[in-house]
Design a protein around this ligand. Structure first.
Ligand SMILES: NC(=O)c1ccc[n+]([C@@H]2O[C@H](COP(=O)([O-])OP(=O)(O)OC[C@H]3O[C@@H](n4cnc5c(N)ncnc54)[C@H](OP(=O)(O)O)[C@@H]3O)[C@@H](O)[C@H]2O)c1
Length: 312
């Protein structure tokens, strides 16, 4: 039985809540603390965490290193699953984690696989955080995840799954035949908790994914299960690069950064083919499916069927 204090930043977020669910369901004696900014402390989601036995500790990522260090004292693991705007705030956070004696920091990476530097502005910022962690000699685990299922499906002509469509999949990057790793959010929680408690993953990179598919296969599956015919509109590699050239001066804190990040990711996973297990292994990642063969991820078919069932 493992006995461990685990703090999580972003516990109420889209992905963070799945990680908390799995931590609370763990067979091990894990004591979970949600690190929350003061302005969010009264939110119902935070009160709900408290009611489920999660300790709440206030933290200010823009505050002093000293205050952050105090907030982290006694924590053995720190998981941060923060939004884009807070990515760079993890640099002082890592300094505080080192001072507080945290034994493993899992910073916000959680991105599709790609080599560092030059392909994705967001990934590069996350890599800057990693470099800082390494300079500190703070123990870490990097966890990357395949492109979310939740961002992958286009709308159906009938409008049946409009609620679940992100609007980011109405055009297929490239010719649609590039193999890429995709992930159900729920699976992220399961694998992250296993990797967090696993000594083999200390100071390593782990890649989590549910299924490898091409976008044409995703569209085929959606057509088969829904019985509907989808238009297949593509966005070519050249068009993605032209769009990115126009956005070249957009920085991570700018309002239209998300659009830039999506084009960069689409070019990387949908045209170049960076986000697959072969490239992950080439880049030195351990694969979640090899580490935890007993975990069964959600297939794209199952995800699509769940959405169709919910809509009927
Ligand atoms: N692989 C993929 O396909 C993929 C897709 C989407 C996202 N991602 C990555 O996944 C990561 C998490 O995204 P997400 O969508 O799960 O995040 P999210 O839903 O936006 O959740 C953000 C969480 O962080 C908290 N938070 C925000 N700013 C904070 C601050 N300054 N101090 C303390 N807490 C703060 C929020 O709480 P309050 O706001 O209530 O304080 C919330 O709990 C990101 O790095 C993103 O790039 C990957």
């Amino acid at each position: 039985m493992i006995n461990m204090n685990i703090a999580i930043l972003g516990a109420t977020g889209t992905t963070g809540r799945y990680i908390v669910d799995e931590l609370l369901a763990s067979e091990h004696a894990v004591y979970v603390t949600a690190l929350v900014r003061a302005s969010s402390a009264d939110k119902p989601e935070v009160q709900d965490l408290k009611a489920r036995g999660v300790a709440i500790q206030l933290i200010d990522l823009q505050g002093s290193i000293e205050d952050m260090t105090k907030a982290l004292e006694g924590q053995e693991v720190l998981i941060a699953i923060l939004p884009i705007a807070a990515t760079i705030d993890q640099i002082p956070l890592a300094t505080a984690a080192k001072k507080a004696g945290v034994k493993r920091f899992i910073p916000t990476m959680f991105a599709p696989v790609a080599p560092p530097k030059g392909l994705s502005t967001l990934r590069d910022t996350k890599e800057d955080v990693l470099n800082h962690i390494r300079r500190l000699q703070l123990p870490y685990t990097i966890i990357d995840v395949g492109w979310w299922y939740q961002l992958t499906l286009p709308k159906l002509p009938s409008g049946r799954i409009d609620k679940a469509a992100s609007g980011l999949a109405e055009r297929i990057p490239g010719d649609g035949n590039v193999l890429s790793a995709f992930t159900h959010n729920r699976d992220v929680g399961r694998y992250v908790v296993r990797a967090t408690l696993d000594p083999r993953t200390l100071n390593k990179f782990v890649f989590i994914y549910s299924e490898m598919l091409t976008m044409n296969q995703v569209y085929d599956q959606l057509e088969k299960l829904s019985g509907e015919t989808l238009p297949r509109n593509h966005i070519s590699g050249d068009e993605l690069l032209a769009n990115l050239a126009q956005l070249k001066d957009v920085g991570i804190r700018d309002d239209n950064f998300l659009q830039k990040a999506v084009y960069e990711y689409q070019y990387s996973w949908g045209v170049r083919g960076d986000n697959n297990i072969h490239n992950a292994e080439y880049l030195g990642y351990m694969l979640g499916k090899n580490l935890y063969p007993d975990l069964k991820g959600t297939s794209m078919d199952e995800y699509i069927q769940e959405l169709l069932d919910e809509s009927s």
